[in-house]
Design a protein. Structure first.
Length: 545
């Protein structure tokens, strides 16, 4: 039997509400659970279920006084946190409780180097000098799998990939070896192999230090591997609690069963080799110079894309997979002529390799892009109608205001949204709805080619499945050519006709999706598949970036 002193964190009858003017919205409704010393508890649910609000309440990081607690108590090591003063919270935050946020780009300071940001924690909380802090920063960055860590110290966040930035965040959170780590979607931005490595790292550190963990996620594969116990949340309430194995084997609540069943399903049909080639590249290269010294001389090159040849056909999807930093997004941006490159790029048989901005402008309506983060790619100052109509205005289409609204309404309806959302703003929508808006913005111009850059990575599993079904329907209806970039191999398998596997800017394997997934030939591809479909399996053959 567990004694009371085994309890590290106790949340009892916690409610969280938000006040806006005279209106109050209840986000968390009488939630209770405990975390024992050295235990990993997962808080699972879809976006808007109240998971992150619950976690932020622990460290009092909500926007008070707009946020308030109608009920509840939180205690950590027997110390009440709800009424704790600032001095107490400063002592606990970072030292005893640490947190990894979901979106590293908004959590890291864009004006400070990686060394300064990680080192600041060690200086403030442990009083380390500059030399000691530097040594510890390098050690931490190596532990979380950041390749060539010493040479990354002077890098700024924008110079790192999404996965690399998340590893820096993890290093910051683990710097002071906290008693409790709150991990809010810690691997959402990571590719599958690095995800497996980071999970193994967190588990090994947890065993080594006795650290407890509150894991907030929508990825049930991560939960199955990591958690001792699971709390399932929806609409601000915990609807089911159980030991992990028992919950997966015998879910009791209908919502839990819904989560377990939610996954992109089906396979793309066999590709038509006679379909029109919409986009083609031949020996495409993107090299970034490495400059050092007082005169900033070029001493080397980062070969982000190093001789890629591919074809994307009408009505078909070419999936591009690989680890963070493998060159996937750089390849897509080069194809769209958004960054400089060498080598041939053809659109509908016409060489556009040397097109300048004004030459590309007429083609922009036919070559569109959907970004990874719908919240970051949608202007918070514009209404949904203005966001979707922006392309029509930029392209100089001659529509009256009413005709423009009709076109926007049609595009929104096509992606499963009502036309009356035109007068609302991005912050009023869920992540899945925002991604549908981003897709509508691309579709309103009637494109022939769409680059989809990690369009489902930040979404819940059930929402991922809905977006995959939507993309399939749009492709079939408009005969679209997709370049689908993702580290989520389950989504790629459901959507792509053919797949290219990239590593360090090169193609290591390519072919029909079924062949790549069922009979991978290279060790690298085998490691990707093992990490994606069995998180308990890791491979030392995969080198982290």
């Amino acid at each position: 039997m567990n004694k009371d002193n085994d309890i590290l964190l106790s949340i009892d009858n916690l409610s969280v509400a938000f006040r806006q003017g005279a209106e109050e919205t209840l986000a968390v409704d009488k939630v209770s659970f405990d975390i024992k010393k050295g235990e990993i508890v997962a808080l699972v649910g879809e976006s808007g279920s109240g998971k992150s609000v619950t976690a932020l309440s622990i460290m009092k990081l909500l926007p008070y006084p707009a946020a308030f607690h109608p009920s509840g108590e939180i205690s950590f090591q027997g110390e009440a946190l709800m009424a704790a003063d600032n001095a107490t919270l400063r002592r606990i935050r970072g030292n005893m409780i640490s947190i990894i946020f979901q979106e590293p780009m908004t959590s890291l300071n864009p004006l400070h180097t990686i060394e300064k940001q990680v080192g600041e924690i060690l200086t403030l909380h442990r009083g380390l000098g500059a030399a000691q802090a530097r040594t510890r920063v390098i050690e931490l960055l190596n532990k979380v799998g950041l390749k060539d860590a010493e040479n990354r110290l002077e890098s700024f966040p924008h110079q790192l990939s999404g996965g690399q930035r998340q590893r820096v965040m993890i290093a910051m959170a683990l710097a002071n070896e906290p008693d409790l780590l709150i991990a809010d979607e810690p691997t959402t931005a990571l590719d599958v192999t690095i995800q497996a490595q980071i999970l193994e790292l967190l588990l090994s550190l947890q065993k080594e230090t006795g650290m407890a963990m509150l894991l907030i996620t929508h990825d049930l594969g991560v939960v199955r591997k990591m958690a001792d116990r699971v709390c399932v949340m929806t609409n601000g309430k915990i609807v089911e609690k159980n030991k992990t194995a028992e919950l997966f084997d015998n879910p009791q609540h209908a919502y839990t069963r819904h989560l377990l069943a939610a996954e992109p399903k089906g396979l793309a049909p066999k590709p038509n080799k006679n379909a029109t080639v919409v986009v083609e590249t031949d020996d495409l290269k993107v090299w970034f110079p490495v400059k050092r010294g007082l005169m900033r001389r070029t001493v080397d090159y980062i070969k982000a894309v190093d001789g890629i040849s591919l074809k994307v056909r009408a009505g078909q999807t070419l999936g591009i997979v690989g680890e963070s930093g493998s060159g996937k997004t750089t390849l897509g941006l080069a194809i769209l002529r958004l960054i400089s490159s060498e080598g041939r790029i053809a659109y509908l048989g016409n060489d556009i390799s040397n097109f300048q901005r004004r030459d590309m402008r007429p083609l922009r309506r036919e070559m569109q892009i959907v970004f990874q983060d719908p919240y970051g790619s949608l202007s918070p100052r514009l209404s949904i109608g203005d966001i979707v109509a922006e392309g029509l205005i930029v392209q100089g289409t001659e529509f009256t205001h009413e005709e423009q609204r009709t076109r926007v309404a049609t595009a929104l309806k096509e992606v499963g949204l009502e036309e009356d959302v035109q007068d609302r703003y991005p912050h009023e929508f869920s992540g899945g709805q925002r991604q549908r808006i981003a897709i509508a913005r691309a579709m309103v111009l009637g494109p022939k080619f769409v680059m989809l850059d990690e369009p489902t990575s930040a979404l819940d599993m059930s929402v991922q499945a809905q977006i995959v079904d939507l993309l399939r329907a749009l492709q079939k209806r408009h005969n679209l050519a997709y370049l689908f970039i993702s580290h989520d191999l389950k989504v790629v398998r459901a959507l792509a006709h053919e797949v290219i596997v990239m590593k360090d800017g090169n193609i290591v394997e390519q072919g029909l999706t079924k062949n790549i997934f069922d009979k991978p030939k290279t060790d690298y591809t085998k490691a990707l598949m093992a990490a994606a479909f069995d998180l308990a399996t890791t491979s030392s053959s995969v080198v982290s970036t």
